[in-house]
Design a protein around this ligand. Structure first.
Ligand SMILES: [Zn+2]
Length: 448
């Protein structure tokens, strides 16, 4: 029941590519690009060699020495604007003592490729590279240029990567659509399998709560100490139920989820749609990870992260503070969320905005979503895509004129995502092959 044209038959078989995909990913993991310091040039050079083998034109652009971005272009006929395969080369650090295998070994064992970056996101880069290599080697005619853009510095805010590329080399990275990280988690619901597709990501409002009080010698207890005042504010924050905002993307996600959960699930979702509240969202009888997407998709959030107070064990500190990592729904302003948090925690503390950024545009182009839906259905009968707002940030926000979606479907259920940024990160080879097959298929549906 496809609504978009079937992809053309290919002169090669994806199923025979497993060896290449695994060796690409192993090689990428072995290049330690922990950020800081990043040193993404190692990945850029490796990709450069791989692209040269099939004659794909590319350029390596360093924002700072060693902080390299790579842009490759496989030319199409130009009938349509380019399509971008986007990935970031840097990874978060890893402490070898917490791992059961060395984090930068790229070891292949138990049907998995092990190492930092296997999921976030060298697996998707390995698959994107292989897609470009195959299309180039077999001279598959394309209606649009296919770009491979691999950035630096995503894990530290993208300043030397995606943002720098957009500001300094815009013409090289202009595209109509892009496939990025942030999507592809699989959930098996009562109504069938769904794969998430990131169509937007939340903005941020980092803030600080500061409490002040009388200092003095710690031998004399004080109920008005800054630490107690801060603790009370945090308890109020924990009990705070932020107001629900039913953004169109969230509404569509809930409509789909109701469809996928006949019976009590659909009834609870129906009530939530009529009267959305924090409590109703948090008690939906659906998969807990999907429920988190509903909760974060309907609310601005503020999570305490860095606490600080005191310099000495025997001195009552005059000041105590906590940093809140705040995340904003599309259309919401950082200042407004800070004002609501201020009201929630009370006037005995001060709340200040440290850094704010609005959410970037929602990219729920119907044609694109149809293509992605047909793609997953072709690889798993009955599967659908579930557009959602990613509560976290990716490189997507750096490309304001491109419809960037998170799309790299994983055949395993969503719990593998818990390994992202965690010890023993690894990717199952079946997931990599599935994601790559879907990526190739979607590229062909959009470009041939
Ligand atoms: Zn990532």
């Amino acid at each position: 029941m496809c609504t978009t044209p079937e992809p053309m038959p290919l002169p090669f078989s994806w199923a025979e590519q497993e060896r290449h995909l695994v060796s690409h990913l192993s090689a990428l993991i072995r290049l330690d690009t922990s950020n800081p310091p990043g040193h993404e040039i190692a990945v850029a050079r490796h990709l450069s060699r791989e692209l040269s083998r099939v004659g794909v034109a590319h350029t390596v652009l360093e924002a700072e020495p060693g902080r390299a971005n790579l842009v490759a272009r496989l030319p199409g006929s130009g009938q349509e604007p380019p399509l971008m395969l986007l990935g970031h080369a840097d990874v978060v650090g890893a402490r070898p003592d917490q791992w059961s295998r060395p984090p930068f070994s790229g070891e292949v064992a138990d049907g998995r490729v092990w190492g930092r970056g296997a999921l976030d996101m060298k697996g998707q880069i390995a698959a994107s590279l292989l897609v470009v290599q195959l299309l180039a080697a077999h001279r598959v005619p394309l209606r649009r240029d296919l770009l491979l853009v691999v950035t630096a510095d995503e894990e530290a805010g993208s300043r030397l990567g995606a943002h720098w590329l957009w500001e300094n080399h815009r013409a090289l990275v202009e595209a109509e659509f892009a496939f990025n990280e942030g999507g592809g988690q699989r959930f098996l619901t009562p109504g069938g399998p769904v794969y998430t597709v990131q169509v937007a990501e939340k903005g941020s409002a980092r803030m600080r709560i500061t409490a002040r009080g009388r200092g003095g010698h710690a031998s004399v207890p004080r109920s008005d100490a800054a630490v107690f005042t801060l603790a009370e504010a945090l308890l109020r924050l924990r009990a705070f139920a932020p107001r629900s905002v039913l953004h169109p993307t969230a509404r569509r996600m809930l409509d789909m989820l109701a469809d996928l959960h006949p019976g009590t699930g659909a009834e609870a979702i129906g009530r939530l749609l009529k009267a959305p509240t924090w409590e109703a969202a948090n008690s939906l009888p659906i998969d807990p990870v999907l429920r988190e997407f509903v909760v974060t998709g309907l609310h601005d959030t503020a999570t305490p992260t860095l606490l600080s107070a005191g310099q000495r064990q025997n001195v009552v500190p005059v000041e105590a503070s906590v940093v809140l990592d705040g995340r904003l729904l599309p259309g919401r302003l950082p200042e407004d969320w800070v004002a609501e948090v201020r009201e929630a925690v009370g006037d005995r503390v001060e709340v200040s905005l440290l850094h704010g950024r609005e959410s970037h545009a929602v990219h729920d182009d119907p044609r694109l979503l149809r293509v992605l839906g047909d793609t997953v259905a072709a690889h798993e009968p009955g599967a659908r895509v579930l557009p959602y707002v990613n509560p976290a940030a990716t490189d997507a926000r750096a490309f304001p004129e491109t419809k960037v979606v998170g799309f790299f479907p994983s055949a395993s259920d969503a719990d593998v995502m818990r390994l992202i940024h965690a010890p023993d990160e690894h990717a199952r080879i079946t997931d990599l092959m599935f994601g790559g097959a879907c990526l190739l298929d979607a590229v062909l549906r959009l470009s041939t």
